[in-house]
Ligand binder design. Structure first.
Ligand code: XIL
Length: 345
């Protein structure tokens, strides 16, 4: 049987996954041979789960540390896999390194913030020049409870979150004239995300109005089976509202990527076989919609094996069982979700 990347390639797309470095552990990492085997067999494209984030690459203002990211880049090269960048700026204080949250921007804060940011983007993109051509330049910049973009130490120094984002994209474009520059966020078809979808549309409109070079919207796709319809055992999907959202995005000329796909199965009952089937159904419904869009190119899972998937910590089940939201079980067996993907792609 062909690989998931092979299936995706039939429509000119690529399939891939997040992978991590995880020194000394046996996680979803390049150091876990069984995990690496799944990735080698199924993926054409990789993305670092954490290793390109500021906490990892920039331990202090003028020190860079690329040891872990380099190891992932080397793994990708050795195995003939393409690589995406995630992320040049995760625009939330929670994901800033402490030193950046507490940074003293000095007498000319705007200039100092610009220096920190442009230096970062130039250093990272220079280092992986020739290997990484597609970047999540800005990640998650919206606070949907306030219907506003998020303030950080940097945005206060520069005057607004938009000033920071615009500079990030302009700098990335100077660095990579032919690169793919992505704004990445987690909005989805859940009712609870409706406000977030609207906020993203306003942000994307603003980029266009100000002529900011953003090529694509990265749709993270940590989708959630947020309620269970007793008749079908799954859903609902809010497909109409979701299509309206995507139509507006592509209508503004943006391309699309699925950057971090996995499925939260909290609302489903415990029984594993049934749960796997419903997760596969949900996956199929989601991809049926997404693959209608010719604007969609890369498709990445946020990990290939349940055991190492971040949802175990982020969206744990009430029954204490493992979340089964990735294509492979913790014993490295393909699950119905894998078959759903293979059939849909
Ligand atoms: C997550 C990683 O999977 C975790 O290991 C880490 O602790 C936090 O970040 N949106 C993103 C990703 O853009 O970077 C996040 O990754 C998941 C949500």
């Amino acid at each position: 049987a062909g690989s998931l990347d092979g299936a995706a390639s039939r429509s000119g797309r690529r399939f891939g996954s997040a992978i991590s470095w995880n020194g000394g552990t046996t996680g979803g990492s390049i150091q876990n041979p069984r995990y690496a085997d799944v990735v080698k067999a199924e993926c054409g494209l990789l993305v670092p789960e954490n290793e390109m984030k500021w906490q990892f690459t920039r331990p202090s203002p003028d020190v860079y540390d690329f040891a872990r990211m380099d190891a992932i880049a080397e793994f990708a090269r050795t195995n003939g896999k393409a690589l995406r960048g995630h992320t040049l700026l995760w625009h939330r204080p929670r994901w800033f390194p402490d030193w950046l949250n507490n940074y003293d921007y000095g007498a000319n804060p705007a200039r100092e913030a610009e220096r920190l940011l442009t230096d970062h983007i130039r250093t990272v993109t220079d280092r992986y020049r020739g290997q990484i051509a597609s970047y999540d330049v800005v990640n998650e910049a919206i606070d949907h409870d306030r219907n506003a973009t998020i303030e950080t130490s940097m945005s206060r120094a520069m005057g607004s979150p938009e000033a920071v984002m615009d500079l990030a994209f302009h700098t990335a474009r100077e660095q990579l004239p032919d690169g793919e520059l992505v704004y990445n966020d987690y909005m989805s078809w859940e009712p609870a995300h409706a406000a977030h979808c609207n906020d993203v549309l306003r942000l994307l409109e603003g980029f266009r109005k100000r002529n900011v070079p953003v090529d694509a919207l990265g749709i993270q796709s940590h989708i959630e089976i947020y309620s269970v319809d007793p008749a079908t055992g799954v859903g609902p999907y809010r497909e109409r509202e979701w299509r309206d959202f995507i139509d507006e995005v592509v209508g503004m000329g943006y391309k699309l990527l699925i950057t971090e796909f996995d499925v939260k199965d909290k609302a489903l009952p415990s029984a594993v076989a049934l749960r796997d089937e419903k997760v596969a159904d949900y996956t199929r419904r989601y991809f049926d919609v997404m693959l209608d869009y010719a604007e969609l190119s890369d498709i990445l899972a946020w990990g290939m094996v349940d055991q190492f998937n971040w949802l175990q910590g982020f969206a744990p089940r009430d029954d204490g069982m493992e979340v089964r939201g990735t294509p492979y079980s913790s014993t490295y067996q393909p699950k119905p979700m894998r078959e759903a993907l293979a059939a849909s792609l």
